[in-house]
Design a binder for this molecule. Structure first.
Ligand SMILES: Cc1ncc(COP(=O)(O)O)c(C=O)c1O
Length: 367
């Protein structure tokens, strides 16, 4: 299918399902987040899991990003292999494959890793010593998400232990304030939760400094928290990812407006045998199974004037509810729940301006 994304085509003639990204909205999003970070006087290091595209990374660097954030070894290697000058692997570098990817990538780009324990960098430290290199790391602090990250009360003790390890250099602290999204659509609560995460991280950084260690970077990162956590004095870096494309989940909680969503999935109605429920050619393999913050289990929201939602889906079939006058062959535009999940389902996406294809991007590092 990807071979048929040709410059000059009307997007409605593209083979479906297909991801279409509006270039003007994408550029606006990239620029406004860069302006926001520079207005705060902090570095922008976007998470690349959202786009996995060399062209998107180049746009972010053009607008002033200092580098990128990666979650996987494949993302790290792709970024360090000529796409970005500096990569933060915001994921525990555990296991020999991740260790090798860090050492290999450190030959061509600045590489920093995240860890929340001595055990998490044990193998990497030994490998770095054997290779005669020094790898920078940041201490992962849990500011409320409850995923990885040391409890703030133990941060000084863990930083002290980590600082003794050979082959590794302590660069600072980081958190992913993903729980800001979890508080939902109340903007005051989102603001409060993001600020609290930023304040907690800065407090941890100060406590580690008071224990005698230099803390160069204090890094926060998320789209829903991008207007709160990085505004705390003492934060040095923001790592939002989703912002560049936007998605229905960000619209649902009010982080961004519908007009700021650059990504959509085009699909065709392929069957109307089920009465009010039309069947479309975008299922889980086009839209991903990432959940909806609307709380109704939908897998996508129709943007076209017909209205409706993709209420549920099989692998290659979506169940379209609430669309007026659905006819076989109609092309519909769907705003996906979560941009990052959708991009990872496709190997090529279309870039459009005013409904006409102007470019196609290869999606890298999917595996
Ligand atoms: C460690 C880390 N940093 C930054 C981000 C970016 O957050 P968002 O997708 O809300 O922009 C993520 C997203 O999952 C993440 O896991």
């Amino acid at each position: 299918m990807s071979a048929a994304i040709l410059v000059g085509m009307d997007v409605r003639d593209l083979p479906t399902p297909v991801v279409v990204i509006d270039r003007a909205v994408l550029t606006h999003n990239a620029r406004s987040m860069a302006d926001h970070a520079s207005g705060l006087g902090i570095a922008l290091r976007p998470h690349w899991k959202t786009t996995k595209s060399a062209q998107a990374a180049a746009l972010q660097l053009e607008f002033g990003a200092i580098g990128h954030t990666a979650a996987t070894s494949a993302e790290l290697k792709a970024l360090a292999g000529g796409i970005s000058p500096s990569v933060f692997l915001a994921y525990p570098p555990v296991g020999s494959a991740r260790v090798s990817s860090v050492l290999e990538s450190a030959r061509t780009a600045e590489v920093i890793v995240g860890t929340d324990s001595v055990a998490g960098v044990h193998e990497l430290g030994h490998a770095a010593v054997a290779a005669g290199v020094m790898i920078s790391f940041r201490l992962d602090v849990d500011t409320g998400l409850g995923r990885t990250g040391v409890d703030p009360s133990r941060a000084v003790e863990v930083a002290r232990e980590l600082s003794k390890l050979p082959g590794l250099r302590f660069d600072g602290v980081w958190t992913h304030e993903g729980h800001v999204q979890g508080v939902g659509a109340d903007p005051a609560r989102r603001q409060q939760t993001g600020l609290a995460a930023g304040l907690l991280l800065v407090e941890v950084a100060d406590a580690i400094r008071a224990d005698g260690h230099a803390v160069d970077s204090v890094s926060v990162g998320s789209t829903p928290g991008a207007w709160s956590a990085p505004t705390v004095s003492g934060v040095t870096e923001a790592r939002p990812g989703t912002y560049i494309l936007g998605d229905e989940n960000q619209v649902a909680i009010g982080t961004i407006s519908e007009d700021d969503v650059a990504v959509s999935v085009l699909s065709r109605i392929v069957s109307t045998q089920r009465g009010a429920v039309a069947i479309i050619d975008a299922g889980i393999k086009a839209l991903s199974s990432d959940g909806s913050l609307h709380g109704d289990g939908r897998v996508g929201t129709i943007v076209s004037s017909s209205g409706g939602i993709v209420a549920t889906a099989h692998e290659e079939h979506g169940f379209l509810h609430g669309a007026a006058d659905a006819r076989v062959g109609d092309v519909i535009r769907i705003r996906p729940n979560h941009a990052c999940g959708v991009m990872n389902m496709h190997s090529m996406v279309a870039i459009a301006e005013d409904g006409v294809v102007v470019d196609s991007w290869r999606i890298l590092a999917r595996h």
